[in-house]
Ligand binder design. Sequence first.
Ligand code: ZN
Length: 67
Amino acid sequence: MGRVMGLDAKQARCCIVCGQAKTDGISVCGQFICMDCERAIVTTDVDDVRYRHYVDCMKRIWWQVAP
Ligand SMILES: [Zn+2]
């Protein structure tokens, strides 16, 4: 009662793709991808110019994880 839900439970994190602080999203290898970008990645056609950007962002994640 009278308690603000949301910010306590979910901490905003910086999305590695769009660079915005979001609360909803997934963690990939410790890196955060917001729900909007995650959806965009799976729905973007491989021929789409934006796909390259997403792939580059994903590569950045792997590079940070790789030894
Ligand atoms: Zn994003």
